[in-house]
Write a new protein. Sequence first.
Length: 120
Amino acid sequence: MNGDPGSYGRQHVVLAIVASIVAILAVANVVLFEATRSLQLEVNGRTAYLQQTAQVEPFFRELVQALATLATRNNDEALRGVLAEQGITFTVPGAAGGGAAPAPGVPAAPATPAPGTRRP
């Protein structure tokens, strides 16, 4: 084309190298896109789990409080043990200070989980 018989061969080689690099970059782009998409699906799944957990958390809190109240009211050491195995500890209001017992027919104050206890 410009008179040099070897220039066509060099241009062909350079063009082939550039085309190969472009093809490699295109494949890398597809691989990275798929990896990103799978990570986004995982994050979306975890987000949905957290949202569902937040919706159910008040129910679990009430359940734990009811179990702690039953364990306290009935002096149920087995139930206290089950709660302790799950990392749930609680204090009985008035137990440490020698508080007065509730009047007959009046339910005892519910036991409240101690701060920093693990939630289910």
